[in-house]
Unconditional design. Sequence first.
Length: 87
Amino acid sequence: MNQESRINKILVVTVVVLAVVFVAVIVWYFVQQQIPAPLPTETAPRKEQTTSLSPTLPQTEEQELESLDVGDVETDLQDIERDLQGL
């Protein structure tokens, strides 16, 4: 009797797993049917972009860059060099 109940359990588990897979495939199929396929898009002709080696900044950005005060870089570098020598 033990062998028969074990076979029955395996059979029931197999049937349940197959039923779940079958239902999942059916649900997936119907969900895919509900989602509209993407429409093909027409590609617009691409404009050729020209790149220059030296990009030009708009006038306002150039003025901002010129007005930045970075301080005395040489003094800062000398201070760093002295600190490194002190190590």
